[in-house]
Design a binder for this molecule. Structure first.
Ligand SMILES: [Ca+2]
Ligand SMILES: [Ca+2]
Ligand SMILES: [Ca+2]
Length: 694
């Protein structure tokens, strides 16, 4: 797609138009070295297992078909794990009906394409997902790894990737190829791609013209930094391309969409709109993409971006490139709306906003955004619909706002927690608090990056964080919550006397079992009211529950697969699914501790294989009770070395079902995180139910 290559041309045109000088030789050398830096970064970044699935496969009404690359056989019936097929080719010839599932074994890698031509219905979708344990099932090196022509299909927990064809010696030895991860062809509608990873592709996913109402939720797009093998082409390096209409891109982590460009030095984009209409891009976390988004192709219109966080250190990174009717090659792109994003570009030639070829209020609406760029905030060749923004740079009020701004927009330090690490939460003294316009709320965007309802206090805040006075946000820039709190929601217990925290950390055991890395925090003083529940946003999907079998309703082995119970010597306990008491549905899980120990995690119910994204705050909720009042510890922690503890809180259980809620912030993506309940501290039965991490 030539559009990607054109972005840089726009950069230089705008640069010249704004009176900036051409690149110096030093700057050119700086661009050359970036490729090496990025290549190192690419190796250090991760991908892998992911166990997130709001609907468990067994919940599907229809038949489940299994594919196992090593233990399967294409002459099998396919309908049980022990009767699995082996090849994608066999799976492609299957006939799946609404409600049926196709499950690929974790740890397997197939070469080729899955052709998803089956259609479900709104109430009985086709599910393509994973089973077993270990890394995500992977599909690689097909022209597209998943080719979707059906409707009402859910693609869940897959890894799509490609090996590069070679390297472009004329462009920093950039990896070359033209493979796409998940491609939605014309006619594919109401499909969902979720909880999956797309890596090392030319395009992570493409939604073509005529592919409409697709949802792309909760995925990790990483280092889709491959360019067309034709050295004359600058195409590639894009995580998500939208040419269809009414699609939704939410809660994704998108990084490393950044390629060497013959024309411009660097190029690539997290999200490219190429002819699409009415698409929504919200609550995504974008890190180190060359462009966050570029819009092109005549007729693209009415696309909205809200509550995304964007940071990039690339020398020439952009936030937004769009154009008016004067750009007869790639424009006009009408009525793009940009609300409540927080952007930090640290590159020496970063350039946040470009609107050229006849910018106007009919081209761009830009409100409630924080844009912090160390070089240029941006350029527009005419005024657009702009208000209630904050522009800033590390050297002070930026002089590079090359477009007219309204009196409600300011050049002032937004008082973010820590821009360098991507902690874009507002400090309590931030001028962004309560100074936004309600236009974003009126457009349907009523939750922030933490899932806090918007507005709080006297009005909408500027940027992607809505400040909450009694917030669980860390008080300091450190990523871990400084004072974890755990609040039973109902009924409200009497305020307890806080227990003093242990004076010294508990020594970590020498066994390979993950140990709590920090002393257990003292229970928080219960407050009279739990944080409000997330509000569903009209027209956008709220965060999904990442927990499998969250309510222990599924038995027959599935529940044990999702929830391994880990018992260390000294402690003794047993567990059962219990149909005599439940907070939700018919079952809860009952763990009866018969021998206690101060090492709470010696009796541990765990759900591993969760891919949790960096720079994102998750909310853990669960219901619990005990036969007698006692404590239980709930943790979110890495399930593999170095077992990083993200949150560990003590829940004061009573004999009644209570809901507990806590907030978990990760600074970096963890592809194998776990939710854990550590129960060995006291004897007797504990019941858990209705667990959610979203
Ligand atoms: Ca507010
Ligand atoms: Ca917030
Ligand atoms: Ca239940």
């Amino acid at each position: 797609m030539a559009l990607v290559g054109q972005a840089g041309v726009m950069k230089d045109e705008a640069q010249t138009a704004a009176g900036a000088t051409c690149l110096s030789a030093v700057q050119r050398r700086a661009r050359r070295t970036w490729g090496v830096v990025r290549a190192t970064l690419m190796l250090s970044l991760l991908m892998g297992a992911l166990g997130s699935l709001g609907v468990s496969p067994a919940a599907a009404a229809g038949t489940s078909y299994y594919v196992d690359c090593s233990g399967g056989n294409d002459s099998n019936l396919g309908v049980q794990p022990t009767q699995a097929w082996q090849s994608l080719g066999r799976a492609n010839t299957a006939t799946l009906l609404p409600g049926d599932s196709l499950l690929l074994k974790r740890g397997c890698t197939w070469t080729g394409s899955l052709t998803l031509k089956w259609s479900g219905t709104a109430t009985a979708p086709i599910l393509v997902s994973a089973y077993g344990s270990g890394p995500l099932p992977a599909i690689k090196n097909g022209h597209e790894q998943v080719a979707v022509t059906g409707s009402y299909a859910i693609i869940d927990s897959l890894a799509v990737l490609a090996d590069s064809f070679g390297y472009d010696s004329g462009c920093n030895n950039a990896p070359t190829g033209y493979l796409t991860g998940v491609r939605f062809f014309a006619g594919a509608t109401y499909d969902i791609l979720r909880n999956s990873t797309a890596t090392s592709l030319e395009y992570g996913t493409t939604v073509e013209t005529g592919a409409n109402h697709i949802k792309i939720l909760n995925n990790v797009f990483q280092n889709n930094n491959v360019k067309d093998p034709n050295p004359a082409s600058d195409a590639g390096g894009v995580a998500i391309v939208l040419s269809g209409d009414d699609n939704e891109v939410g809660f994704n982590a998108i990084s490393g969409s950044d390629i060497c460009s013959e024309q411009n030095g660097r190029d690539g984009a997290a999200i490219e709109i190429y002819g699409g209409h009415r698409n929504t891009m919200h609550h995504n976390i974008a890190v180190n993409n060359d462009n966050f988004t570029e819009l092109g192709k005549a007729g693209s219109s009415d696309n909205t971006y809200a509550y995304n966080t964007v940071r990039a250190s690339g020398a020439t990174a952009n936030f937004l490139v769009t154009r008016g009717a004067g750009d007869t090659t790639h424009g006009p792109t009408y009525r793009t709306k940009i609300y409540n994003n927080t952007v930090y570009l640290s590159g020496a030639q970063s350039y946040a906003i470009q609107c050229t070829g006849g910018c106007s209020p009919d081209i761009l609406t830009f409100k409630n955004n924080i844009v912090w760029a160390e070089d240029r905030i941006g350029y527009a060749d005419a005024a657009f619909d702009e208000s209630n923004n904050i522009y800033w740079s590390s050297t002070g009020a930026p002089t590079t706002v090359w477009f007219p701004i309204s009196t409600s927009s300011r050049k002032i330090d937004p008082q973010l927690m820590n821009v360098a690490t991507g902690d874009f939460h507002l400090r309590s003294n931030s001028p962004a608090i309560d100074t936004g316009t309600m236009e974003s709320v009126n457009a349907g965007y009523t939750t922030d990056i933490d899932n806090n309802p918007v507005p709080q206090g006297a009005g909408v805040d500027i940027g992607a964080d809505e400040f909450v006075t009694s917030s669980l946000v860390p008080a300091t820039p450190t990523p871990a919550p400084a004072t974890p709190t755990l609040v039973p929601a109902t009924p409200t217990p009497a305020p307890a006397t806080p227990t003093p925290a242990p004076a010294t950390p508990t020594p970590a055991p020498a066994t390979p079992t993950p140990a709590p890395a920090t002393p257990t925090p003292a229970p928080a003083t219960p407050v009279t009211k739990a944080p409000p529940s997330p509000t569903a946003v009209p027209g956008t999907t709220p965060p999904m529950n990442l927990i499998h079998n969250p309510s222990f309703e599924t038995g027959g082995g599935w529940w044990a697969d999702w929830w391994p119970f880990r018992l260390q010597s000294v402690a003794a306990a047993n567990l059962t699914r219990d149909n005599t008491t439940a907070e939700d549905g018919a079952y809860s899980i009952k763990i009866t501790v018969t021998q206690n120990t101060s090492q709470k995690w010696y009796a541990q119910l765990q759900q591993p294989n969760l891919v949790l994204q960096g720079s994102r705050t998750y909310t853990l909720t669960f219901w619990a009770k005990a036969a007698t009042a006692r404590g239980a510890e709930a943790c979110v922690q890495g399930a593999a070395t170095p077992y990083t503890v993200y949150s560990c809180v003590e829940a004061p259980l009573t004999t009644n079902w209570q809901k507990f809620t806590t907030s978990v912030y990760l600074s970096a993506t963890d592809s194998n995180a776990a939710v854990e309940f550590n129960l060995a501290e006291a004897t007797g039965p504990v019941w858990l139910d209705n667990v959610s991490l979203s």
